[in-house]
Write a protein that binds this ligand. Structure first.
Ligand SMILES: [Zn+2]
Ligand SMILES: [Zn+2]
Length: 348
């Protein structure tokens, strides 16, 4: 089969690789029909994080079950499924408490499981990992496009909102206008926030944030952005969604959080180790910090229910679609900020 491979920074290639096979009775093989390039893929693409040369890439698979092991009970060949960006068993202590990203039997899409940017993946712990799309929606392309972000960015934006404690009537600030930030706006609106202030640096993305429910946007940078957000909220918001994953964004989050408020953070905290966290500001103003890597499997069913009933649609974040051969161009387009998020169709 063919799959996308990481060679070195800036170099993604499509190569012939072994097709995964059932190796454990809990495995399923999925023919990947839809997947995506992720903002988090840009960290290794830009050489800012390490990745093994020759490794397979992609972690947002959706497709058709082709084969299942003897112990798999929740899906059968022919079912349309999608999977979160991590593998989880669904049975351990942490899966049971909704923290699938800490699954003691967990795993990832890479190595011998195959990256999602390829023609097939093997899902270990298929019963705990795969989410089955109800049959009557299983072939509707528009619905599938709307469900695909539940593999990662929509669940992650939702985790930011939940972690920040957003409830009906609240005012919140969303930091970041990438796919996760935009999904954070959708999530905050879905939870009933009355005022949603989106902060970012790109006019076209902030326009989409408004379509998604942002009531105000702040496009300024640095100190000016903080002042503007404070002005709009009369001294900061009680709920701040940090959806970037960089030391500067975390600093902004602390600066625009109202005393006694909570920051929900979901971006991989790049640079925070080196630059430190303003713990004293947080201490002085009793600012809470919650969140982390999003357990998107825990949110998949409730978010899918809303997509299927037509009240949630994150699909406008996909501003470019490519086939498998177009994956390298998809990375380039996201790196150059020409696309917000790229949808990939590896197979029919
Ligand atoms: Zn991702
Ligand atoms: Zn588990």
């Amino acid at each position: 089969m063919r799959a996308a491979i990481y060679n070195e920074p800036g170099d993604i290639a499509i190569e012939e690789v072994p097709k995964p096979e059932i190796e454990d009775p809990n495995d399923a093989i999925v023919r990947v029909t839809y997947t995506a390039v992720c903002g988090s893929d840009l960290w290794f693409y830009r050489g800012l994080s390490d990745r093994e040369e020759g490794s397979r890439v992609g972690h947002e698979p959706m497709g058709i079950v082709e084969d299942v092991g003897d112990e798999v009970t929740s899906v059968t060949p022919g079912d349309r499924v999608f999977a979160p960006f991590v593998v989880s068993c669904g049975k351990c202590e942490f899966c049971r408490k909704g923290l699938h990203t800490s699954c003691v039997n967990g795993g990832s899409w890479s190595g011998a499981n195959g990256g999602a940017q390829g023609e097939y993946v093997r899902s270990p712990h298929a019963d705990g990992t795969l989410v089955r799309v109800p049959d009557r929606h299983a072939d509707d392309e528009d619905t599938l496009r709307s469900l695909l972000p539940l593999t990662d960015v929509m669940g992650t934006g939702h985790h930011a909102a939940v972690s920040a404690g957003v409830e009906a009537g609240d005012t919140c600030i969303v930091i970041g206008d990438g796919a996760v930030g935009l999904c954070g706006v959708l999530a905050a609106r879905r939870l009933g926030a009355e005022r949603i202030i989106a902060m970012g640096h790109h006019d076209d993305r902030l326009e989409l944030a408004e379509e998604f429910g942002a009531t105000e946007t702040v496009a300024a940078r640095g100190e000016e952005a903080v002042e503007r957000a404070q002005e709009l909220t009369y001294g900061g918001a009680n709920h701040v969604l940090e959806c970037v994953g960089a030391a500067s964004a975390m600093e902004t989050a602390i600066d625009v959080c109202r005393p006694g408020g909570t920051i929900g953070y979901v971006g991989v905290p790049h640079g925070v180790d080196e630059e430190g966290l303003e713990v004293y500001s947080m201490f002085g103003d009793n600012i809470g910090l919650r969140g982390g890597i999003a357990p998107v499997r825990a949110y998949a069913e409730e978010l899918m229910a809303d997509v299927l009933q037509g009240t949630l649609d994150p699909s406008p974040i996909f501003t470019k679609t490519v086939d498998l051969d177009g994956v390298p161009d998809g990375y380039r387009a996201m790196d150059e900020r020409e696309a917000i998020k790229v949808l990939v169709k590896p197979q029919r």
